[in-house]
Design a protein around this ligand. Structure first.
Ligand SMILES: [Zn+2]
Length: 244
């Protein structure tokens, strides 16, 4: 498996686009190699088929520009943490050796998103154990950033995705069987959900003074080597304002 700097995990083929599509595109533009792992083929969705969803997720991967996208074919609405699922994720981490993992936040209205979060978190831990799958050398990505979906909790940090938001929307709409009009009305295809995605990203953006943002949560404290450089720009970038 081709090594990457970052792997984004999602339970279903459209989760990553919704939760962290902007971060992925921004990371790729910076020069990082990015992979996507979908845990299931989304076969329990009310609309679309496995074959259609496979095609749609590959199209979305091209829009995002990722190095690769794979599907672990775990059962949709049946993701459990067992030897098989855990070893599948650990093998990917040890073969692709990412520095960073992105996964869904562990509280969500969809139980599969919760299970995906737990599975990836456990695999991240096991990936460093010498005696677990000893045929592959241990590798532990430095951190997991959890992307925030339906429940908006306080973010550890927000990434400015203003330059990538419209492309993110295109990537989401590649999943036309889910978001396009269909005889079966679902929570995704009535138009309200796309409005919610725009609204959530605008709300995150407003918190950091840009048009669109994506919020992430880190369980670990984040070290900032240079707090001044974090602000960007040169010494004239943020003049002191005196309102007198
Ligand atoms: Zn999902």
């Amino acid at each position: 498996m081709e090594p990457v700097d970052l792997i984004a995990f999602g339970a279903h083929p459209d989760d990553v686009e919704i939760g962290c599509g902007g971060l992925l595109m921004r990371s790729i533009a910076t020069g990082y190699r990015v992979g996507i792992v979908d845990l299931t083929r989304g076969e329990m969705a009310s609309t679309g088929t496995v074959a259609i969803r496979r095609e749609e997720s590959q199209k979305a991967a091209e829009v995002l520009g990722v190095n690769w996208r794979i599907n672990l074919e775990l059962p949709d609405r049946g993701i459990t943490i067992n030897d098989e699922s855990l070893s599948k994720v650990v093998r990917i981490l040890r073969e692709a050796r990412p520095r960073l993992i992105v996964a869904p936040y562990w509280e969500d209205r969809h139980p599969d998103h919760v299970a995906c979060s737990q599975l990836v978190t456990e695999a991240h831990f096991n990936a460093r154990l010498y005696k677990y799958l000893p045929e592959l050398p241990p590798h532990q990505p430095r951190l997991i950033y959890y992307f925030l979906n339906h429940y908006q909790v306080e973010a550890s940090f927000i990434v400015d995705i203003s330059d990538y938001f419209e492309e993110k929307v295109k990537a989401i709409f590649c999943h036309y069987s889910q978001f396009g009009p269909a005889p079966e009305p679902t929570s995704l295809n009535t138009g309200a959900f796309m409005g919610a995605i725009r609204g959530w990203n605008q709300a995150w953006g407003a918190l950091i003074g840009c048009t669109y943002g994506e919020g992430f949560y880190s369980k670990e404290a984040l070290a900032i080597p240079d707090p001044v450089a974090l602000l960007g720009g040169g010494s004239q970038a943020m003049p002191v304002r005196r309102n007198r």
